[in-house]
Design a protein around this ligand. Structure first.
Ligand SMILES: [Mg+2]
Length: 272
């Protein structure tokens, strides 16, 4: 029931904006939702920068965003480490400087390339500054049996540029081929971890939170795994044709988030 929703979780690319351009209806949609008393979180698997830097990126697009409005796969990884590996205090991180800062601010010692001491755990992210030496060292610590986490499973990061942005999942595939080991947990979408974190933070029941996104196999799959409301928008990747082919349908389908916001406004109005 749309009328019961109190919080929405938004995927970004294909849902809120495309590439570097905000959809023309995004601001109006968010204002409509706010007028219904609905709070929201932006969700991203992109772990190439810290949440702090991501907030700036979202603001540059023209959206209002505070740190509490954003949950990233790297924050989910840090939360997972805290909750499940309380004895881990040092990390070998395959990630950018921005991400390294995030782990340090969360209280972890992050190894520099020069250090040779044993880390307690290994984490692999979307490292756009990846070097051969870092990749080899990561594989080494994985091979030594350290707890091994990946921020998210994406193989490539979408781009309009004439290149392929090799993402976290592909790097994990590479590590698997030399160590015969997959990550102990892959924290981003479609794993339910990120939703669980938000549900806990806001004290929500499953019928009070909806996941809104443009991809069936990540956004909608995550909603299914977490047992929350799955809302597909057709403003990005998934098409009507894709939708007809799948067995597990999303709970709701809208062309855009504006259609969703308008529908929520109407159902809330008709109830009041
Ligand atoms: Mg998307």
């Amino acid at each position: 029931m749309l009328s019961e929703i109190r919080h929405l979780v938004f995927d970004l690319d294909g849902t809120i904006y495309r590439g570097k351009t905000l959809f023309p209806y995004t601001l109006a949609s968010l204002e409509l939702l706010e007028s219904c008393g609905i709070t929201y979180t932006y969700l991203t698997n992109n772990s190439s920068i810290s949440a702090k830097d991501y907030v700036q990126k979202i603001r540059r697009l023209g959206l209002r965003c505070q740190k509490e409005n954003l949950y990233t796969s790297s924050l989910a990884t840090i939360d997972f480490l805290r909750n499940n590996y309380p004895n881990v205090s040092s990390i070998y991180l395959l990630g950018t400087e921005s991400l390294k800062t995030e782990f340090i601010e969360a209280g972890y010692h992050v190894f520099s390339d020069e250090e040779s001491d044993e880390p307690d755990a290994v984490a692999v992210a979307f490292d756009t500054t990846l070097t051969y030496a870092k990749l080899c060292k990561t594989a080494w610590w994985v091979k030594q049996g350290k707890p091994y986490l990946a921020t998210h499973p994406d193989i490539v990061c979408p781009t309009d540029l004439p290149t392929i942005l090799v993402d976290c999942g592909a790097v994990c595939d590479c590590i698997a081929s030399v160590t015969n080991r997959r990550p102990d947990r892959v924290c981003g979408k479609p794993d339910r971890l990120m939703i669980d974190g938000i549900v806990q933070k806001y004290g929500l029941k499953p019928n009070e939170i909806g996941m809104v996104g443009d991809r069936l196999y990540t956004d909608i799959e995550m909603a299914r795994r977490a047992g929350i409301i799955g809302i597909l928008v057709l403003s990005g990747e998934a098409t009507q044709n894709d939708l007809e082919k799948i067995v597990q349908k999303p709970d709701f389908v809208f062309d855009t988030i504006f259609d969703l916001a308008r529908e929520i406004k109407q159902t809330k109005r008709s109830l009041s």
